[in-house]
Design a protein around this ligand. Structure first.
Ligand code: G3H
Ligand code: 13P
Ligand code: ZN
Length: 309
């Protein structure tokens, strides 16, 4: 059924695993993720960004998810707004049938972020919808060798505790070294586990969210490049590092880039191998299957959420 994230995060925290939050933009992505969740018997979060709303239309996304849930009624599934930038967009998603929204006020001053997050929490909770907020800046760490540099960018644990207390948000995205996209690190991958542990101590049992958590799976990058693509110097968060974060306070791991790479590498391969075929089903079917297999792998090797329904 369509659910909020409270129950799934509670179980994930206790069980030292995390729930995958996968970005969805079209039918094939939703189908691939749901097939994987079913086979792995795992709860799942389908998340739509503002970009996804602009691309597909909010009502199409809600409609597709509703139909998917008819097919998979046994899978606890949250429909979540990813990086909502205003009260109005969060409200539109809450009114439109989402079970969870994120307000990302991380680029605003602390007090402004507190104020808007709190307003959204009030509106959302009144309608039985949960709210994720964000504190700290998601940025690459190549220049952040010093403690001072990390303190300037990463989430301050004391501030995180104050923010949660004052806003009543249901989960919090923090910055500990990840960043969005396929080019996360110039040097060695890095996650500030010490900071994560501090947050966990100050907010016992509270679900933390990790954005920018794709691994940038090398197999897909290589396949893209083998079949005419040009994805150079891409690097993500290694699987074992994510696994460790999932055993700590991280209950939600966001994945978009790995979906993009899985789909695009499959489409490139299909088009290359069968150049005369112009039936979209010929390349969208392998793309959907690549999403499914990638999500199954995540659930087993990274998230640890298999067989938890
Ligand atoms: O956080 C960003 C997500 O990967 C969504 O990306 O805004 O291009 O849909 P998007
Ligand atoms: P990736 O770019 O690492 O997949 O992160 C996605 C994300 O955080 C969506 O909010
Ligand atoms: Zn994000």
């Amino acid at each position: 059924p369509l659910v909020g994230t409270t129950e799934m995060f509670k179980k994930a925290y206790k069980g030292h695993y995390a729930i995958g939050a996968f970005n969805v933009n079209n039918m094939e992505i939703i189908q691939g993720i749901m097939e994987a969740a079913k086979e792995e018997e795992s709860p799942v979060i389908l998340q739509a960004s503002e970009g996804a709303r602009n691309y597909a239309g909010q009502e199409y996304i809600v409609g597709l998810v509703k139909i998917a849930l008819q097919d998979y009624p046994e899978i606890p599934t949250a429909l979540h707004l990813d990086h909502g930038s205003s009260y109005e967009i969060c409200k539109a998603c809450i009114d439109g049938g989402f079970s969870s929204v994120m307000y990302d006020g991380s680029k605003h001053p602390f007090e402004e972020n507190v104020k808007v997050t709190k307003q959204i929490v009030e509106y959302a909770h009144d309608k039985g919808v949960v709210v994720e907020a964000e504190l700290g800046r998601l940025a690459g760490v190549e220049d952040m060798v010093s403690v001072d540099a990390k303190d300037a960018i990463f989430t301050d644990p004391d501030q995180a505790a104050e923010f949660v207390e004052r806003t009543g948000c249901d989960s919090l995205a923090i910055a500990i070294g990840t960043s969005h996209g396929a080019y996360k690190y110039k040097g060695d991958p890095y996650l500030d586990y010490e900071r994560l542990e501090k947050v966990g101590k100050l907010l016992p049992g509270y679900p933390i969210v990790l954005h920018g958590a794709s691994t940038v799976i090398p197999e897909f990058v290589e396949k893209c490049n083998q079949y005419g693509g040009k994805v150079l110097g891409a690097k993500g968060v290694p699987e074992d590092m994510l696994r460790k974060a999932a055993t700590m306070a991280v209950c939600k791991i966001n994945i978009d880039t790995d979906i993009r790479l899985a789909m695009t590498s499959a489409i490139r391969e299909a088009l290359y191998k069968d150049p005369s075929n112009f039936d979209p089903r010929n390349y969208l079917k392998p793309a959907r299957n690549a999403v499914k297999e990638m999500v199954k792998h995540k659930i087993e090797a990274v998230l640890g959420s298999a067989h938890t329904i």
